[in-house]
Write a protein that binds this ligand. Structure first.
Ligand code: UDX
Length: 471
């Protein structure tokens, strides 16, 4: 099949089909509600009985804006059901989506055990004499779909199915929005008929279809995440330079992003990238390239800069406080980014470990959504009920996750509660002038720090202002 690039849009109404979704995590749940909303009948299966019991009552196991409402809606339409039985989920299914996790495994390579197990379980239940379209949404290293297909055919020689790679590009915290507004739908298969069937399943979504072979589709997904990580590390390395030469990384990134060839996205300097995808996909792409005899050196640097960004933050905090031993630290945010309760590979975890090894006397932390996960994953940190409780008695406050509520804080109240006066904005999220006006020293990433007593820092000049002036 040739590539169909720009311009093909799926916008007619979908004809209702039966879909089984294997795995009810971020990708599986978002795909489930999206397909139910498009009019299909979706039966999702997960091995976690508690998760399924919750979902049957329309209770989402993850914090994801918009998800609860759609779960509740489709509980009444009866187009979305949850089960622990793969046989029940697959009954009458014309499509089976594999949405299980592919976590980091040994030597950085992805651990495909869950996908293999799910594929074998699906193969065993595929009906005879009926063509089923099996769709891999999970992120896989290049060449994996071929291996999975061979495994399925070995276990179910008589089954009739086609296996399509259809990677998911959603972001956590924006998952529901992203599944309804994808930039592109990548369909990897050489089977034109199945590609068209899958494209029809998505009819109703406005998106560019990109049909290609399976290996290219697999690589598109991993390479996209690796490239996003590269942009972030570029911004973070630039931040270090900006701190030395008294430039402002926010202004530099904004100016760079005005070039559409560069683009403004994922150029925010901060504490580096975390989460369940970017770190794993950079590592996974490197590992599969090495297996193919190619050393992707650029990605090694991307990882190194990312690690260093966390260490650099600790070093700069120590500089601000004249050493960390015996100091009390308040932390704003724990989740790997805003709008999620996910702590997987969150910069906060590394930072807490490093702060402890530097002998801080205590850490008090607050996150609007991740406190439940933090109770399980972060022992030894005092978890607080709000952002003010976290700063009480602190020598320094470190903003780790850019939740909007931190922007709205009363810095006067923060100053009154703290013992010291360092506010370190690890995400360049706050209004430095307001922080400074409250009598706090404002430290941020890739910019000169401003003491409470010094004159205000440079304000970025908006690009819009410049063009207006030129006109
Ligand atoms: C990412 C991809 O964006 C998504 O397309 C893919 O499907 C899954 O992986 P996600 O992990 O949800 O999504 O988060 P993303 O928004 O990309 O952020 C990843 C990390 O980078 C976060 O820790 C975030 O805080 C950080 N980040 C992001 C920056 O430090 N700077 C930026 O400019 C953008």
């Amino acid at each position: 099949m040739t590539h169909r690039e720009e311009g093909e849009r799926t916008n007619s109404q979908a004809h209702s089909r039966r879909v089984a979704i294997v795995g009810a995590g971020y990708v599986g749940l978002s795909s489930s509600v999206c397909l139910a909303e498009l009019g299909h009948v979706v039966h999702a299966v997960d091995i976690d009985a508690r998760r399924v019991a919750g979902l049957q009552q329309a209770v989402s196991p993850i914090f994801e804006p918009g998800l609860d409402d759609l779960l509740a809606k489709h509980r009444t339409t009866d187009r979305l059901r949850f089960t622990t039985s793969i046989g029940r989920a697959m009954k009458g299914a014309e499509f089976v989506f594999l949405c299980v996790a592919t976590p980091a495994g040994a030597n950085g390579a992805m651990d495909l055990s869950q996908v293999r197990a799910a594929a074998v379980a699906v193969a065993a239940r595929l009906p005879a004499r009926t063509q089923t379209v099996v769709v891999i949404k999970s992120t896989l290293p290049v060449g994996s779909a071929d291996e999975i297909e061979a495994l399925m055919r070995e276990h179910a020689p008589a089954a009739e199915f086609t296996l399509i790679t259809n990677p998911e590009f959603l972001r956590e915290g924006r998952a529901v929005y992203d599944v309804f507004h994808p930039d592109r739908i990548v369909i990897g298969t050489n089977d034109e008929g199945s590609a068209a069937e899958l494209a029809n399943l998505y009819a109703g979504l406005e998106a560019t279809l990109f049909v290609t072979d399976r290996r290219s589709a697999e690589l598109i997904k991993q390479a996209s995440n690796a490239f996003l990580a590269t942009k972030i590390s570029f911004a973070n390395q630039l931040a270090e330079l900006c701190e030395r030469v008294d430039a402002d990384v926010e202004v530099v990134a904004k100016g760079m992003g005005l070039d559409p060839r560069i683009g403004a996205g994922h150029l925010r300097a901060g504490l580096g990238f975390g989460g369940s995808c970017l770190p794993k996909d950079v590592e996974g792409l490197r590992a599969s390239a090495i297996a193919a005899g190619v050393d992707l050196k650029l990605l090694e640097a991307v990882q190194e800069v990312n690690r260093r960004q966390r260490t650099r933050t600790i070093e700069r905090l120590a500089e601000a406080l004249g050493g960390l031993a015996g100091k009390q630290i308040g932390m704003w945010g724990l989740a790997f980014k805003e709008d999620t309760d996910d702590l997987r590979d969150a910069p906060a975890l590394d930072i807490i470990k490093q702060l402890r090894s530097m002998g801080v006397s205590g850490i008090r932390a607050y996150d609007p959504q991740a406190m439940g996960a933090a109770m399980l994953m972060i022992p030894g940190v005092e978890l607080c009920t709000d952002l003010y409780a976290a700063v009480r008695g602190a020598d320094a406050v470190l903003l780790v996750t850019p939740w909007p509520e931190f922007k709205e804080a009363s810095f006067g109240r923060v100053e009154a509660l703290m013992r010291g006066k360092v506010l370190f904005d690890g995400r360049n999220q706050l209004d430095g002038a307001a922080v400074q006006a409250a009598g706090l020293d404002y430290w941020s990433v890739g910019r000169r720090h401003v003491d409470a007593a010094s004159s205000p820092g440079r304000q970025p000049i908006e690009a819009e202002t410049i063009s207006a002036t030129e006109r």
